[in-house]
Design a protein around this ligand. Structure first.
Ligand code: SF4
Length: 430
C-alpha cells in the first residue's frame, strides 16, 4: 500500500487506443487510488491523464485537440500525457502538458503522485522491471500483460517505435499475478501482447508452455489471449487450445490483406495460403471456435484485384467480426515511402464494401447460433431491459432473462439462444 498523501486531490483518466492502453490506464488508476486521490469529472479534477494512441494519424491528432478541450473546461488541472504518442513525440506533447510519461515508464507515476508539483518528462527506452506486478481494479475479467513491445516492424506500423523491442515477462511473475487476481475474485484473464505467439523465446520457453501453467491455476474459469501473429501462430497452440479446459475457443488472427503482393509489401512474413492453412486447421480442431481479424484497406500499391483477394478471404473464412481501417501514413514507418499511395475516396469505398460484407456475414453467423446452448460467464445486469448479460466462450455478448438468478454475477450458466441481434445474442436459461 502506498503512503497516503492526499484526501483532496482528484483525478480523471481519458483513454484512447488498444487493450494495452486500457491496461496501462488501469495501472495508473490504481496508483492514484493507492495514494488517496479520488476519481472525478474533467471539470473537477486536479490532474487529468490523457492516454494516447499513435496507430493512426487521426488518433494522434485527437490527443492535441482533446488536451485543448480539457484546458478550455478546466484551466487549473495538471495535464499528464501518456501512451504511444508520449513515447515517440514527447517534445511536442510537453509543449501542451505538464507531465509526459512514455509507455516504458508507467512506474514513474509512483513518483508523480508523490510530488505532483514537478513538471517532468519520463520517457525511458526500456522498462526498469518488466516483471513488476502493477495493481488491478477488482473485477471478474482482467487484462494481464505477458510481454511488451514488438520486433516485427510491419511496414505500416508505428508500434515498435512507441512500445520498443519485444520483452517477455517471466512465467513466474505472470502466474503470481493471475493467482493474485483469482484470489480477488477474477474468473477470466486476457493475456496481452503485441505478438503473444512469440512470447518467451529468449527465456527458453514459449506461449504454449505458459498456457499449460496458467490453465493449472485453481479457480480460474477462462483464459483468452491477444494478439496472435499469423506467422508465429503454431499447430501446437491449436492443439493446446483443444486440450486445455480454461482456454476459450476464440482467436484474433489479423489478416491485414488477402493479396500476397500486399502482404509482402507490409512485411507480414506469411502468404495468404499459409494463413488459410492455419485457419483451416483451427476450424477443423476447435469445435465452435470463433475467429476475428484486422484488415487494412488502401495500403500503397493496393489495386482493385488485390482488394478483391481480401474480400475473397473474408468470404472464405467467414470471420465472426473484423476490425477494418483505411491505411494511414505513420511517421518512421517504411510504408509511407511506398508509391503510389491510394486515393482517399478509393480507400473509403473499399472500406465500406468490406464492412458491408462483414456485417452480412456477422448477422448470418449470429443467426446460425439460434437453438444452440452456450456456457455464459455472467457479468451483470444488461442495458437491454430486465436481463443479465455475459459472454460465451466464443467472446460474443449474450443477454438473457435472469428469472431467479439475479445474483448470478460470476457464475457460468447455460443459455439457449433464441434471437440474434447485430452484435450480440439473446437467450434463455436452460
Ligand atoms: S506485429 Fe506488426 S502490426 Fe503488430 S505491433 Fe508488431 S509491427 Fe505492429
Amino acid at each position: 500500500m502506498g503512503e497516503k498523501i492526499s484526501d483532496k486531490m482528484k483525478f480523471h483518466i481519458k483513454t484512447y487506443g488498444c487493450q494495452m492502453n486500457e491496461r496501462d490506464s488501469e495501472k495508473v488508476y490504481c496508483i492514484f487510488k493507492e495514494y488517496g486521490f479520488e476519481e472525478a469529472s474533467i471539470q473537477d479534477a486536479d490532474v487529468v491523464v490523457v492516454n494516447s494512441c499513435a496507430v493512426r494519424e487521426k488518433a494522434e491528432s485527437k490527443i492535441y485537440s482533446e488536451i485543448g478541450r480539457i484546458k478550455s473546461i478546466n484551466k487549473k488541472a495538471k495535464i499528464i500525457a501518456m501512451g504511444c504518442v508520449a513515447q515517440f513525440n514527447h517534445k511536442k506533447l510537453k509543449t501542451v502538458s505538464d507531465f509526459v510519461v512514455g509507455t516504458s515508464s508507467i512506474d514513474k507515476f509512483y513518483r508523480i503522485v508523490k510530488n505532483i508539483e514537478d513538471g517532468v518528462v519520463f520517457v525511458d527506452e526500456k522498462m526498469d522491471n518488466p516483471d513488476y506486478i502493477f495493481p488491478h481494479k477488482k473485477g471478474l475479467n482482467a487484462f494481464v500483460d505477458i510481454m511488451y513491445g514488438c520486433n516485427n516492424f510491419c511496414t505500416y506500423c508505428i508500434v515498435p517505435f512507441t512500445r520498443g523491442r519485444e520483452i517477455s515477462r517471466t512465467k513466474e511473475s505472470i502466474i503470481d499475478e493471475v493467482k493474485q487476481l483469482v484470489d480477488n475474485g477474477t474468473k477470466e484473464v486476457m493475456l496481452l501482447g503485441q505478438n503473444v505467439n512469440s512470447y518467451g523465446h529468449k527465456l527458453g520457453y514459449g506461449f504454449v508452455d505458459l498456457l499449460y501453467e496458467v490453465d493449472k491455476i485453481g479457480g480460474l474459469e477462462r483464459v483468452r489471449f491477444t494478439t496472435s501473429h499469423p506467422k508465429d501462430f503454431s499447430k501446437e497452440l491449436i492443439y493446446a487450445m483443444k486440450e486445455l479446459k480454461t482456454v476459450c475457443e476464440h482467436i484474433h488472427l489479423p489478416l491485414q490483406s488477402g493479396s500476397n503482393k500486399i502482404l509482402k509489401l507490409m512485411r507480414r512474413g506469411y502468404t495468404k495460403e499459409e494463413y488459410l492453412e492455419k485457419v483451416y486447421l483451427y476450424k477443423e480442431q476447435i469445435a465452435e471456435g470463433s475467429i476475428t481479424t484486422d484488415i487494412i484497406v488502401g495500403f500503397p500499391q493496393e489495386t482493385e484485384e488485390d482488394f478483391q483477394e481480401t474480400l475473397e478471404i473474408v468470404k472464405n473464412v467467414e470471420y465472426d467480426t473484423s476490425f477494418s481501417f483505411k491505411y494511414s501514413k505513420r511517421p518512421l514507418t517504411k510504408a509511407r515511402e511506398i508509391e503510389p499511395q491510394v486515393d482517399e475516396d478509393v480507400k473509403l469505398r473499399r472500406l465500406n464494401e468490406l464492412q458491408d460484407l462483414q456485417a452480412e456475414i456477422t448477422q448470418r453467423k449470429n443467426k446460425e447460433q439460434i437453438g444452440k446452448v452456450f456456457d455464459v460467464l455472467v457479468e451483470g445486469k444488461s442495458k437491454k431491459g430486465n436481463m443479465l448479460y455475459g459472454r460465451n466462450r466464443q467472446n460474443t455478448v449474450v443477454n438473457f432473462d435472469f428469472k431467479d438468478n439475479i445474483n448470478a454475477r460470476g457464475d457460468v450458466v447455460k443459455v439457449k439462444i433464441t434471437k440474434a441481434l447485430k452484435h450480440s445474442l439473446v437467450g434463455e436459461l436452460v
